[in-house]
Design a protein around this ligand. Structure first.
Ligand code: NAD
Ligand code: MG
Length: 395
C-alpha cells in the first residue's frame, strides 16, 4: 500500500473494534487512527486513546464524554472527546478520513454507517444490522456517493474473496449458481430440544469457535445470526434467497463458498479469527499480515457439513420469511430480535421465547412499504414497542 490510510473505528471497544486495533498496531506505517467511538466503556477507551492517540474519541452519553475528557487531560493526551449520535456521524464522515470500520452492534450502528456511506468512504461493514434493516436504501446510498463497501462478516468476506474480481452484482452473468453460507450451528447444535428452555445466558454466550460480543453470541446460538447474514448476503451480492443455502459446518474453518455453473465450488478457509477478514478489508486490494496463525490442516483433519433444521432453529426460518416478505419486515425482525436477546440476557424470558417474541411482533405489525431511512427507523421503533408489550403480557 502506497499511502497511509486514515481510519475511524465505530465501536472501537467491542470485539471487532479491538481486533481492528490489533491489526492497526501491526502496521504503524499503513494506518493512522483519527477517531474512536464507544458506548460507555471509559476505561477501555482511555487505554485505546493512550495507545493510538486519536484526534477524536466519542462516548455516546455526555456525562461519560465529560469523564473521559477529564481523564484524557490528566493523562496529558490531546484527544478531543465528543458525545451523541451526531458526533458518531461526524467522525464517520470527516473529510480526511479514508476508511470507516462500522463495528457498532445492533440498530445503533445504522446512522453513523449511513453517514460514512454518504461521505463516500471506504466502509468496512461489520454492522450487518444496517443492511438487514435498510438494505436497499443503504446500497443505493453507497452507489450514489461512490462509497466502497467491503464486508467484514467472515462469511461475506469469504464470499467476496471467492467471487470474480470484476463481480458487479450479477451472479448469473458471472456463471454463479448459488452461495453456500456456512454456520457453526452454535453451542446448542446437538442439545436436546427439551433442554433449550433452560439454557442460561452464560451457556448461550459460550460459542464453540468464535469469541464475540454477547448479542452476536446469542444470535449464533439461535442461528438468527445466520438469518441476518442471509439477508446481508442478499443485499451485498444481489442474490435471491433461494440461491443462498445455509450449510452447518461445525469446525468453522470454511468461512463460506461460491458455487459456479460448471460445478466448481470456491471457498475461503482459515482459522476462526476475525483479524483475517479485517486485515483483508483494511489492506484491500493488497494483502497484509493479520497476526493469525497458519491453518493447521492436520489438526483440523475433518470438515463436516449438515443441513440446518428449522425446528431447532426457528429464527433462521423467520429471517428467510422476513427477507421474502421484504419492505419493513427485515427491520421488524431485527428490532424484535434485539429486544428478545436483551430480555433473554437480562433473564426476563427463556431462550426458547426468542423466536416466539419475534414471530409475534412480525405478525402484529404486518407489512408496510419503506421509502426512506426514517421509515426504517419508524419500523424499528414500532417493533421495539410491540416486543416490550409482548414481554409485559408474557411476564
Ligand atoms: P461488541 O458488543 O463486542 O461491541 C459493540 C461496540 O459497539 C462497542 O464498542 C460498544 O461500545 C458499541 N456500542 C454498543 N451500543 C452502542 C450504542 N447504542 N451507540 C454507540 N455505540 C454502541 O460487538 P461485536 O461482537 O464487536 O460486534 C459488532 C458488530 O460486528 C455487530 O454488528 C456484529 O453483528 C458484527 N460482527 C461481529 C463479529 C464478531 O466476531 N464479534 C463477527 C461478524 C460480525
Ligand atoms: Mg458471520
Amino acid at each position: 500500500m502506497k499511502k497511509i490510510r486514515y481510519l475511524t473505528i465505530l465501536g472501537a471497544t467491542g470485539s471487532i473494534g479491538e481486533s481492528t486495533l490489533d491489526v492497526v498496531s501491526r502496521h504503524p506505517d499503513l494506518f493512522e487512527v483519527v477517531a474512536l467511538t464507544a458506548n460507555n466503556n471509559i476505561e477501555k477507551m482511555l487505554d485505546q486513546c493512550r495507545r493510538f492517540n486519536p484526534r477524536f474519541a466519542v462516548m455516546l452519553a455526555p456525562e461519560q464524554a465529560e469523564r473521559l475528557q477529564q481523564a484524557i487531560i490528566r493523562n496529558g493526551l490531546d484527544t478531543t472527546v465528543l458525545s451523541g449520535v451526531e458526533s458518531l456521524e461526524k467522525v464517520a464522515s470527516l473529510p480526511d478520513v479514508d476508511v470507516v470500520m462500522a463495528a457498532i452492534v445492533g440498530a445503533a450502528g445504522i446512522r453513523p454507517t449511513f453517514a460514512a456511506a454518504k461521505a463516500g468512504k471506504l466502509v468496512l461493514l461489520a454492522n450487518k444490522e444496517t443492511l438487514v434493516m435498510a438494505g436497499r436504501i443503504f446500497m443505493d446510498m453507497v452507489k450514489e456517493h461512490s462509497a466502497i463497501l467491503l464486508p467484514i462478516d467472515s462469511e461475506h468476506n469469504a464470499i467476496h474473496q471467492s467471487l470474480p474480481h470484476d463481480f458487479d452484482g450479477s451472479l448469473q452473468e458471472k456463471g454463479i449458481r448459488r452461495i453456500l453460507l456456512t454456520a457453526s450451528g452454535g453451542p446448542f447444535r446437538n442439545a436436546s430440544l427439551d433442554s433449550l428452555a433452560h439454557v442460561t445466558p452464560a451457556q448461550a454466550c459460550a460459542h464453540p469457535n468464535w469469541d464475540m460480543g454477547r448479542k452476536i453470541s446469542v444470535d449464533s446460538a439461535t442461528m438468527m445470526n445466520k438469518g441476518l447474514e442471509v439477508i446481508e448476503a442478499h443485499w451485498l451480492f444481489n442474490a435471491a434467497s433461494e440461491n443462498i443455502q445455509v450449510v452447518i459446518h461445525p469446525q468453522s474453518v470454511i468461512h463460506s463458498m461460491v458455487e459456479y455453473i460448471d460445478g466448481s465450488v470456491l471457498a475461503q478457509l482459515g482459522n476462526p479469527d476475525m483479524r483475517t477478514p479485517i486485515a483483508h478489508a483494511m489492506g484491500y486490494p493488497e494483502r497484509i499480515e493479520s497476526g493469525v496463525a497458519s491453518l493447521n490442516m492436520f489438526e483440523v483433519a475433518h470438515l463436516d457439513f449438515e443441513k440446518p433444521d428449522f425446528k431447532r432453529f426457528p429464527c433462521l426460518r423467520l429471517a428467510y420469511e422476513a427477507l421474502d416478505m421484504g419492505d419493513n419486515m427485515p427491520a421488524v425482525l431485527n428490532a424484535a430480535n434485539e429486544i428478545a436477546v436483551e430480555s433473554f440476557l437480562e433473564e426476563k424470558m427463556p431462550f426458547t421465547a426468542i423466536p416466539v417474541m419475534i414471530e409475534h411482533v412480525m405478525n402484529t405489525l404486518g407489512q408496510e412499504t419503506i421509502h426512506s431511512l426514517s421509515d426504517v427507523l419508524k419500523a424499528d421503533s414500532a417493533a421495539r414497542d410491540a416486543a416490550h408489550d409482548w414481554l409485559n403480557t408474557f411476564r
